[in-house]
Ligand binder design. Structure first.
Ligand code: HEM
Length: 410
C-alpha cells in the first residue's frame, strides 16, 4: 500500500479538511484521536474565502447533532462543498437536503421502494452479479477489484430499483460515469455538466411514462406520490431519482473495495471469513465501520447552541460538520477501534448517519457488501496485491478507486 503522510497531531491548525488531498494523502488517525480527546468541537479556520466551520469528532456528539433537526438544518446543504457555498439548489426538493413535513413525505414515498420485500429481486440480482464477477475475476487471476468487480454492482442495483429498462442501461451508466467522474475526473466540467443534464432529461422521460403506466419501482412511486398533498413536480421527481445514484453508487463501491483492501492488510480476518468463523451479517457491519465511505456530513445551525464542556457556543448560521470516520473510531464507544475485527459486536457504527436522515439505502448497501463477502468466501482462497492502489480524492468520500489484485480460486 502507498505510504501516507502522518501529520503531527499537535499541528491540526495547519491542516485543511476541505482539501481532498488532506484525506487522500494523510493518515489522520492521530489527529482525530487528539481532537476527540481535547477539542471535540473544533473551529476550523476559514479557507478559500469562506467562513470557518465546526468539526465534530466524538461519536456521542455526532449522533446527537444528526438527531437534532430542530436546531440544525440540512436545507442549507449537507456536505462541506454546498454548506460553504451557502446552499444547495435542490434544497426543499431532494430528501437529503429537505427537512420537516416535506422530508417526511419524501421518505414515506421512497421507503416503499426500499422495503426489504420490494428489494427481494434486486438483492437476488446483486448476489448473482457478485458471484459471476468474481468467477470471471478468478478465471483471469489479475483484476482491478475496484473497476472490474465493485464498480459493476451498485449502479445496476439502483437501475433495478428504478426499473430502468435493460436497453437504456449503457446510456445511464455512461452518463453517470461522465457526470460524477468518480475516478479522478478526467473529463472536462462541460462534459460532466452535459452528462448530468442528459441523466435528468432521461429521468424526466421515464417519470412521464411511469405517471401514465405506474409500477412499484422508485420512479413510479415518486411520479405518483404526493408532497404536502400535491403531486410532486417534475423537478422534485427528477432530483430524487438522481439522488439515488449520488447516494448509492460510489459509497457502496468504496465499501466493497475497502473490504478487500482490509483483507490484504489483515490476513487473519480473511482467514476467519474463509473458515466460516464469522457471520456474514456481523462482518458487513465491521466492513462498514472500517471503511466509512462517507466521511462527513454537515448541517447549519438554526439558533445559538451551547456545546461541550469548554463554554463554547455554536452560533445561528454556523456550518457544523459531523465526521463519521472519527466517530466510528471513537475509543469511548468501540473497544480497540483500530483493530479490524469481523466478529465485533456490538457495532453501532454511524456509517449510514443517524436520525431522520438515516441512509435510505442502508438495507441495499448492506445487501451489496454481504453478497460480495459471501461470493469472496465461496469463490476465492487467496488475495494478493498486484500494484499500487489509487485513493479517491475527496473531502466527502474515502477509499480506493483502483485496487489491483490477484485472486486465486478455491
Ligand atoms: C443518506 C451513507 C448507500 C441513498 C445517507 C447518509 C449517509 C449515507 C451517512 C446520511 C446523510 C445526512 O445525514 O445528511 C451511505 C453509505 C452507503 C450508502 C456509507 C453504502 C455503503 C446508499 C444507497 C442508496 C443511498 C445504496 C440508494 C440507492 C441515500 C439517500 C439518503 C442517504 C436517498 C438521504 C436520506 C434522507 O436524507 O432522508 N447515506 N449510503 N445510500 N442515502 Fe446513503
Amino acid at each position: 500500500m502507498s505510504s501516507l503522510i502522518t501529520p503531527d497531531p499537535g499541528a491540526v491548525d495547519t491542516l485543511d479538511l476541505t482539501d481532498p488531498r488532506t484525506h487522500a494523502e494523510y493518515d489522520l488517525t492521530r489527529v482525530w484521536q487528539r481532537l476527540r480527546k481535547e477539542q471535540p468541537f473544533y473551529k476550523h479556520r476559514p479557507v478559500g474565502g469562506s467562513e470557518g466551520f465546526w468539526v465534530v469528532s466524538r461519536y456521542e456528539d455526532v449522533s446527537t447533532l444528526y438527531r437534532d433537526t430542530r436546531r440544525f438544518t440540512s436545507e442549507k446543504g449537507n456536505v462541506l462543498t454546498t454548506l460553504l457555498l451557502g446552499g444547495d439548489s435542490a434544497a426543499g426538493m431532494m430528501a437529503a437536503v429537505t427537512d420537516g413535513p416535506r422530508h417526511n413525505d419524501l421518505r414515506r414515498i421512497l421507503l416503499k421502494a426500499f422495503s426489504p420485500r420490494a428489494l427481494t429481486g434486486v438483492v437476488e440480482n446483486i448476489q448473482a452479479a457478485a458471484r459471476q464477477l468474481l468467477l470471471d475475476a478468478v478465471a483471469r487471476e489479475e483484476c482491478d477489484f475496484a473497476r472490474d468487480v465493485a464498480a459493476h454492482i451498485p449502479l445496476n442495483a439502483i437501475c433495478d430499483l428504478m426499473a430502468v429498462p435493460q436497453a437504456d442501461r449503457p446510456f445511464v451508466l455512461e452518463c453517470t460515469e461522465a457526470a460524477l467522474g468518480s475516478d479522478g475526473g478526467a473529463q472536462s466540467p462541460a462534459v460532466a455538466w452535459q452528462a448530468r443534464n442528459d441523466i435528468l432529461a432521461y429521468f424526466e422521460k421515464l417519470a412521464t411514462e411511469r405517471r401514465r403506466n405506474p409500477g412499484t419501482d422508485a420512479v413510479s412511486l415518486l411520479a405518483t406520490g404526493t408532497l404536502e398533498g400535491k403531486p410532486l413536480t417534475m423537478d422534485e421527481i427528477v432530483v430524487n431519482c438522481y439522488s439515488l445514484i449520488l447516494g448509492g453508487d460510489e459509497t457502496s463501491r468504496l465499501s466493497m473495495t475497502g473490504a478487500v483492501a482490509a483483507f490484504l492488510e489483515h490476513p487473519d480476518q480473511w482467514r476467519a471469513l474463509l473458515d466460516g468463523e464469522v457471520e456474514i451479517s456481523t462482518a458487513v457491519e465491521e466492513v462498514l465501520r472500517w471503511t466509512t465511505p462517507a466521511i462527513h456530513f454537515g448541517r447549519s445551525a438554526l439558533e445559538d447552541v451551547p456545546v461541550g464542556d469548554q463554554g463554547q457556543q455554536i452560533k445561528a448560521g454556523d456550518v457544523v460538520t459531523l465526521w463519521n470516520n472519527s466517530a466510528n473510531m471513537d475509543e469511548e464507544v468501540f473497544a480497540n477501534p483500530g483493530r479490524f475485527d469481523l466478529a465485533r459486536t456490538p457495532n453501532k457504527h454511524i456509517a449510514f448517519g443517524y436520525g431522520p436522515h438515516f441512509c435510505l439505502g442502508a438495507y441495499l448497501g448492506r445487501a451489496e457488501i454481504a453478497a460480495m463477502l459471501t461470493a469472496l468466501r465461496d469463490i476465492v482462497t487467496t488475495i494478493e496485491p498486484n500494484g499500487e492502489p489509487r485513493r479517491v480524492y475527496s473531502n466527502l468520500l474515502s477509499g480506493m478507486t483502483s485496487l489491483p489484485v490477484v485472486l486465486r480460486p478455491a
